[in-house]
Design a protein around this ligand. Structure first.
Ligand code: T5A
Length: 210
């Protein structure tokens, strides 16, 4: 299961609540994030979010996100799934499709090919798209920053970037309604979690004990 959306949409908050609720049902959950999730991928995350890769352009950024993803899948996601655990991943392929593909204007076919070799068939069973006006998300992200901490590589993009990003996510959800569920992320955390939980229970069957 993956959570996607713009900056400060509440993905990490929701991921934690869902993991807790699943654990209460007896489901073993691996909660992870991208970019990152494994030591090598976390190192790549630091480089990308510092802005050091930006001068090389969106395709090189897509390659870096993909390199991180390959390690994350190999080291953490596939082993967890093989154990029978559920994986909740805060951002995954749709972030690359939206940020690098749509915003970075990378050729669709090229990006699809890169995605194919990166994930090797590992498509999420369910993806929550947290939708909200970017002004709200960016304000939340800014409030959360420690004093003196600067915005990262993508948070610092102009508002038009974040508006296009929102549309890109909605288009992904429209293209793949079987996988994606759009959630109103402007509502309070508890109401958002209840919506997500309802959709999860409907779409992903749990065993009797779960
Ligand atoms: N990226 C990533 C790409 O470009 N391509 C890729 O392939 C991948 C994988 C990652 C960046 O990398 C880009 C996208 C990103 O720009 P990140 O730091 O992981 O950077 O950034 P985000 O994923 O955007 O994470 P954030 O931490 O900014 O936002 P979240 O997780 O959506 O939000 P969260 O839960 O931390 O909440 C933010 C604040 O809002 C409050 C929280 O308490 C917190 O203070 N909040 C709410 N307030 C009101 N109502 C709610 N419902 C709330 N939910 C949370």
């Amino acid at each position: 299961m993956t959570l996607e959306g713009g900056e400060g949409a509440g993905k990490s908050t929701l991921a934690r609540v869902l993991a807790q609720r699943l654990a209460k049902q007896g489901v073993k959950v691996e909660l992870t994030r991208e970019p990152g999730g494994s030591p090598r991928a976390e190192a790549i995350r630091e480089t990308i979010l510092s802005g050091a890769v930006k001068p090389h352009g969106p395709f090189v950024e897509a390659l870096m996100f993909s390199a991180a993803r390959i390690d994350h899948i190999d080291r953490l996601i596939r082993p967890a799934l093989a154990r029978g655990d559920w994986v909740i991943c805060d951002r995954f392929i749709d972030s690359t499709r939206a940020y690098q593909g749509v915003l970075g204007n990378i050729d669709k076919g090229l990006l699809a090919e890169l995605e194919r070799v990166t994930i090797d068939g590992l498509v999420p069973d369910l993806t929550f798209i947290l939708d909200l006006p970017p002004e709200i998300g960016l304000a939340r992200a800014a409030r959360r920053r420690a004093p003196g901490e600067v915005s990262d590589r993508f948070e610092s993009e102009a508002l038009a970037f974040h508006r296009t990003l929102r549309q890109a996510y909605l288009a992904i959800a429209a293209d793949e309604p079987g996988r994606c569920v759009i959630l109103d992320a402007a509502q309070p955390p508890e109401a958002l979690a209840d919506d997500a939980w309802g959709a999860l229970r409907q779409r992903l069957p749990m065993t009797e004990s779960a």
